[in-house]
Design a protein around this ligand. Structure first.
Ligand code: UGA
Length: 432
């Protein structure tokens, strides 16, 4: 078993640390945020990720938390970098937190391997290698081991992944990083560092492309009377295509897709290449979030003075993450059209959502509202007694941004119900 230091106690760092502890390694998670580290030391997990708290508790004897670099690296054989790489104004990834880790790394007099888990532009490994060499840390190894975990299912994704990707400059460093994953049954793709970095960006770009693709198909379905849910089923059963990531909706959000698409587009542009397909994927996604407004206006006319309830705020279910959540764009757009916005979410409680009343129950959020928009696919929404709630709304208009409810049942319950791309006869967005 190995000693692993993980730099960064965010979603990725904590999940990586917890899973390595579960695999039997000794883990130290280091973060500069003292409040976060104190909370973790006291057994409080500062993020909502199903199962994380239990895994950290169960394997508590093999995982500890610190703010001190020396303490973290003292007996480490691997230094995982899992710090944030947010976009800069130019769309490039901001690597300052990565450079801080590289520059803080002390001389330890034995071979350690720095492993990049953060999502970085292709070529970052090469630059880190030069910087380590320039600091005289020539015997510090470097590998890229990108993460493919999704929030909400991160622990399962880590322990039962589709694949593990390891890119290294030296064969033995790659072997060592691959061996850290012993106990996980998955194919291991071994490659050079640049290719490993590109696998991560390309995989996310492929997933986003599928989402924007199905959203455009949904928009054409609305115009032509087809039902995108049936279309996705029929298309997805083709084994060459597959069913995943064909759920039409209000556009993707989250901490990864929006940032990674910009970073890849910018990476291409920096080397003189115009990535046309990705540009279209991004644009389709932006427009998709805004289409909800037109649907509401079709039912309500002007939105001025109307009260709209946003059902779900997090960018997807089973997370409290609000980064690039479509709800943020929707709330802003609705307010600028003069609507009053209120919201319900079972977990996310954003403090910076201006002038949006956040209510504890769905019933409170819906009572007296002119319309509701399903923004996040929380299971509570499927379980709600919609027929009972219809009586309490001022006008029972529901825009289902996640296609999670049954159109016929909603209409039978008295709703003017509209979803995304579901305009099939008997299923369509009648506006009367
Ligand atoms: C995503 C990838 O799925 C992970 O493999 C990757 O490791 C991660 O980004 C990352 O780069 O760190 P995540 O952002 O947590 O994970 O969530 P997803 O489940 O992929 O959803 C992303 C967005 O796409 C959400 O807004 C979701 O609602 C939307 N989505 C997803 C759709 O609109 N339709 C779909 O069919 C699937």
């Amino acid at each position: 078993m190995s000693n692993v230091a993980v730099f960064g106690a965010g979603y990725v760092g904590l999940v990586t640390g917890a899973c390595f502890a579960q695999l039997g390694h000794d883990v130290v998670v280091r973060d500069i945020n003292e409040e976060r580290i104190s909370a973790l030391q006291a057994g409080r997990v500062p993020i909502f990720e199903p199962g994380l708290e239990q895994v950290l508790e169960e394997h508590g004897e093999r995982i500890r938390f610190t703010t001190d670099v020396g303490d973290a690296v003292e007996s480490a054989e691997f230094v995982y970098v899992a710090v944030g790489t947010p976009p800069t104004h130019s769309g490039d990834a901001d690597l300052s937190a990565v450079w801080t880790v590289v520059d803080e790394l002390p001389q330890v007099g034995r071979r350690i391997v720095v492993v990049m888990k953060s999502t970085v532009p292709v070529g970052t490994g090469e630059k880190v290698r030069h910087r380590l060499d320039a600091r005289g840390l020539t015997d510090v190894g470097y590998a890229s081991n990108p993460e493919f975990t999704a929030e909400g299912t991160a622990l399962r994704d880590f322990m039962t992944p589709d694949r593990i990707v390891v890119g290294a400059f030296r064969e033995e460093d790659g072997d060592a990083v691959a061996a850290l994953h012993d106990g996980i049954a998955a194919p291991i793709v071994r490659c050079d560092v640049a290719s490993a970095e590109m696998v991560k960006l390309a995989a996310n770009a492929a997933l986003m492309t599928r989402i924007s693709f199905i959203n455009e198909i949904a928009n054409v379905c609305e115009a032509t009377g087809a039902d995108v849910v049936r279309v996705a089923e029929g298309v997805g059963l083709d084994r060459r295509i597959g069913p995943s990531f064909l759920r039409a909706g209000i556009g993707y959000g989250g901490s990864c897709f929006p940032k990674d698409s910009l970073a890849l587009k910018q990476l291409a542009a920096n080397s003189g290449y115009h990535f046309q397909l990705l540009s279209a994927v991004i644009e389709v996604n932006e427009l998709q979030k805004r289409r909800v407004l037109a649907k509401l206006e079709r039912h309500l006319g002007s939105l001025r003075g109307r009260t709209v309830a946003l059902l779900g705020l997090a960018f997807k279910a089973n997370t409290d993450d609000m980064r690039e959540a479509p709800s943020l764009v929707l709330a802003g757009r609705l307010q600028s059209e003069g609507a009053t916005v209120r919201a319900w979410d079972p977990v996310a409680r954003p403090r910076d959502l201006k002038d949006v009343e956040q209510l504890d129950t769905l019933e409170e959020a819906l009572a007296g509202a002119d319309a509701a928009v399903i923004v996040t696919e929380w299971s509570e929404l499927a379980d709600l007694d919609w027929a009972a709630v219809a009586q309490t709304m001022k006008t029972p208009v529901v825009i289902d941004g996640r296609n999670m409810l049954d159109p016929a049942e909603m209409r039978a319950a008295g709703y003017r119900y509209e979803a995304i791309g579901r305009a099939a006869p008997g299923n369509g967005p009648e506006t009367t």
